[in-house]
Write a protein that binds this ligand. Sequence first.
Ligand code: CU
Length: 433
Amino acid sequence: MLRLDRGRWKRLSAVPLVAAIVAVLVVPGPSQSTASPPAGLECLTAGDNAFELTATGGYAAMPDGNTIYMWSYAAGGGAFQLPGPTLCVTSGVKVTVVLHNSLPEPTSITFPGQVQVLADGQPAQPETDAAGTLTSLTTTAAANTGSVTYTFTAGPPGTYLYQSGTDAQKQVQMGLYGALVVRPAGHPERENDRADSAFDRDREYLYLLGEIDPDLHLAVERKRAYDFTRYKARYFTINGRSMPDTIAPNHADWLPAQPYGALIHIRPYDPVGNPKPALIRYLNAGSVSYPFHPHGSDEQLIARDGRPAQGPGGQDLSYSNFLIDVAPGQTVDTLMIWKDAEHWDPQGNPIPVPLPSLQDQIVGPGPETWFAENPYLGGEPGELPPGVVQNNQCGEYYHVAHSHALEQATNYGASFGGMMTLIRIDPPAGCPA
Ligand SMILES: [Cu+2]
């Protein structure tokens, strides 16, 4: 598999985003593997719902070649990873999370949306220093070798953050965050207890959105003070990665500490063959809103913060939107279906699409060409002007999905990158594995 030429990627800015249906070279093929899917949500589960997490340090790779010292929660016995593992449990079960601390300062985990959390068997409590100043929102594990055991009963089904409650402005920014997915009892195929929240379990995605101010991370790495009045995020991440790494598969070997991709990979809606929507779970672990904008298909907002969009009598209050605005600390769940509105058919309705003019295309000597608008689903090589290389694997279609705060769609200011990924739609019959 080839990686994107980043210089070429930068020049994609020539393509109008509003109409961007881009064909790319680098995407994983489909797979039925459930143990470690190439794309989509990867759950950490435990038979007794008991998890071990270790707060530890390591390095995350940015697409511009920079490496960032981060803190994060590693799965029990595992190496540093960003973000922490996605913990999946069922509503109503007793959950145990043992936090081991290998960081040089106290740390903790808060579970927003979960109630009556115990720490070592006692109600979890805020902590203060000798002067009475709040130092932690919840019970901590001591620096270097401490541990604490949190227990709670998993609340209503939905999507929740877990993150540090200790010196949170610094520690959450350093990467101490992860996702908690609570599934409805008896209905793992639903997002919540409503029947209309059912989704295709092979098309479940999690977008844990974050940001990085590299100056803060360098200060922590070098054990220097940091002035938060100078805070300025330079990298914007989905699941700890920035575009174009967001479209790389889960567990890409060149991103050893960032195991989760963010490519959406679906097929067009079909009432018989592909009737169920994809589910996308958005979480914001950052300090500002991320107005996330999927091109080409609106999404149906069905839940916020682990609560379904419904009225007091259970009325369906979900709604279709082209902007999924996720505020700091919030989670938003959406269902998404992509419809072949023009009913493409290779023989009966091939839908000719005008090619962009040559000067609107990036023409290179190799297979790195980018172009917009063509081919339509199922297009074939040989339709393009001389010098333009077709990059589709099998006639698939791509839409951009990105933060519409465009400074967040950059890598240290360089467009495009950052909080951006792609939605890949395969032809109706699918693509060869
Ligand atoms: Cu856009």
